[in-house]
Design a protein around this ligand. Structure first.
Ligand code: ZN
Ligand code: ZN
Length: 577
């Protein structure tokens, strides 16, 4: 029986040809998804000039018989979708037939396909099938698209440069590979292998094949569930960050999607573990009842809406935050550049103006270890027991320390700031805040409007142990302050704290305010760079730092500590090779 049926008129109308096919990557997307629907587990995508000259897809799927091959190019034909709602049941990836008809109407197509004994060859140009014949009997499908948009000059104009079209294809195949670890993908451009995955069904191995050793060896696995969602996958340690969110790989029921709420939850979970404007690499699978996925989003877009999104984002946030908390995250001072070397040899140099910073070309020659069971996993809890011994200071800014495992280098300001930040945060939760009466009360004169705003909001400070009184016209006076505000910093700090209250008064959010307060005060109170420390001071700093919940970053996300392992030291000095 023919596997391909004709979809409803209504659905067909939703998928106007122009919306499905707009660039080389969308052609690749439709064709590769057809291959996946055809149960292929080995898919090769061969581009010439980023797809502008030719797009060739070879799969080992179930193929089509002659009838299906003919029907595949009929408008509104599809193998999977029978009625409107089915379209959005995410398990269905493609719009087989419909997309093919669209593509065939604006290009030249050569199709070779076989589902059994006899293969079929089809040639179509501009939507007109001018050849259908028997061909070889290799099971699967090979399709080649050339002359894209040859008959629609308006759209041809919108195709981007070779580098941009190629980059879009790479991004799509990389993400797709991560969502389908059981399928082997190979993407080539002008004969050069750019993406290659083995279809091992092992997600971490796929991450390795896409991002390289430096990333795959710095991933933490996550797993959690609630009534409606199951999440699993990998999140990157904060030592490996990217400058954009492109590497938030979110997969809902097997399909790569985009959702701002999910992105925000991930970003928030890394709060103070990273600089703002930098993003981790994550690959997260979310499994849920398909009925929770909103059906009113255009099928070719990746953006989705989910019911119960708040439950999902809470689960993601908590899981990621706890995973970061549980694991030891001291970044290695030495980052291996093996992947980068391979990258620079190939096409990246040719397209150096493109944003290919994230692209890696990995041959599978790296020694990938899927499980690190034989390796000692050191958890954050163990870090709290670490004893680091100070050796000395560099430029009055960095502290060198050691223990049995290696050498550590700390940014003394970042480390001290972290210690103060966590100390202050804890004191905010004291039932009865401890305060000190000031020997010399500190007065501040404000403008009339600022004075009004401040007096309205000063209770926030009073709750923390500040005693503030009016002191003449538009002037306030501090008579006491909480004990966490250490000596010598009062005047400077009080002025800034008052400013902080005033600038935060619109849509005042207490938690946000307290966090900014803790950040600001901890920065001001911390040892600066170019400040010489005694051995005792360094010892105290190291001892206090290991007690922190996140000892790895200052409160702004800058690194506070890095490690050279003994092995790296030995490697540097060629004691080991
Ligand atoms: Zn600072
Ligand atoms: Zn900082």
């Amino acid at each position: 029986m023919s596997k391909i049926r004709v979809m409803s008129e209504n659905l067909a109308n939703k998928i106007a040809a122009g919306e499905v096919v707009e660039k080389c990557a969308s052609v690749v997307k439709e064709l590769v998804e057809n291959s996946i629907d055809a149960k292929a587990n080995n898919i090769k995508i061969n581009l010439i000039d980023g797809g502008l000259t030719s797009i060739n897809i070879v799969d080992n799927g179930i193929g089509m018989d002659k009838e299906d091959a003919k029907l595949a190019f009929a408008r509104h034909a599809t193998s999977k979708i029978y009625k409107d709602d089915d379209l959005f049941f995410i398990e269905t990836l493609g719009f087989r037939g419909e997309a093919l008809a669209s593509i065939a109407s604006v290009s030249e197509v050569n199709l070779d396909t076989c589902s059994g004994d006899v293969g079929t060859h089809v040639h179509i140009k501009g939507g007109i099938m001018d050849e259908i014949s028997s061909s070889n009997a290799r099971i699967g499908t090979e399709i080649t698209i050339t002359n894209l948009f040859f008959n629609t000059p308006a759209r041809l104009k919108y195709l981007k440069s070779e580098a941009t079209e190629l980059n879009n294809c790479i991004q799509f195949i990389e993400k797709l590979s991560l969502s389908k670890p059981s399928i082997a993908f190979t993407l080539t451009n002008n004969g050069k292998v750019i993406v290659k995955t083995s279809g091992s069904s092992n997600l971490l191995k796929t991450i390795h094949e896409i991002y390289g050793l430096n990333v795959s060896s710095n991933m933490l696995d996550i797993k959690a569930s609630n009534d409606d969602f199951e999440i699993s996958g990998y999140i990157g340690k904060p030592g490996i960050l990217k400058k954009n969110r492109n590497h938030f790989n979110i997969i809902v029921n097997g399909r790569i999607v985009r959702n701002n709420d999910i992105n925000r939850a991930i970003n928030d979970a890394y709060y103070t573990y990273k600089h703002e404007g930098f993003y981790p690499i994550v690959v997260i699978n979310i499994d849920t009842d398909p009925t929770l996925v909103d059906v009113n989003i255009h099928p070719t877009k990746q953006d989705i809406k989910l019911s119960k999104i708040d439950d999902l984002t809470r689960l993601l946030y908590e899981t990621i935050k706890n995973t970061l908390y549980d694991n030891l995250l001291i970044p290695n001072a030495i980052i291996t550049n093996e992947e980068n070397n391979i990258k620079s040899e190939s096409y990246v140099s040719k397209y150096e103006n493109q944003d290919l910073e994230s692209k890696t070309i990995i041959q599978t020659s790296f020694d990938f270890r899927a499980n690190n069971e034989d390796e000692l996993v050191i958890k954050n809890a163990d870090f709290k027991k670490l004893k680091l011994y100070p050796i000395g200071q560099v430029h009055g800014t960095y502290i060198i320390a050691e223990n049995e495992d290696g050498m550590f280098i700390l940014d003394q300001h970042a480390a001290h700031e972290r210690i103060n930040y966590e100390m202050i945060q804890k004191r905010f939760h004291d039932e009865t805040p401890a305060f000190i009466d000031m020997l010399v009360p500190f007065s501040i004169e404000l403008s009339t409007s600022d004075y009004e705003i401040f007096m309205e909001n000063k209770y926030v400070l009073e709750d923390l142990g500040f005693n503030i009184e009016e002191f003449g016209i538009n002037t306030i006076i501090f008579k006491s302050h909480p004990t966490w505000l250490t000596k010598n910093f009062e005047g400077d700090n009080l002025r800034t704290i008052v400013d902080l209250v005033i600038t935060n008064h619109k849509n005042f959010n207490k938690d946000k305010f307290l966090d900014s307060l803790a950040k600001m005060v901890s920065c001001k109170m911390s040892i600066k760079a170019n400040e010489h420390l005694s051995k005792e001071q360094m010892e105290k700093l190291l001892d206090d730092l290991v007690e922190c919940d996140n000892p790895y970053n200052c409160c702004h996300g800058r690194p506070s500590i890095m490690k050279f392992t003994n092995y790296e030291l030995e490697k540097m000095f060629k004691r080991v090779i």
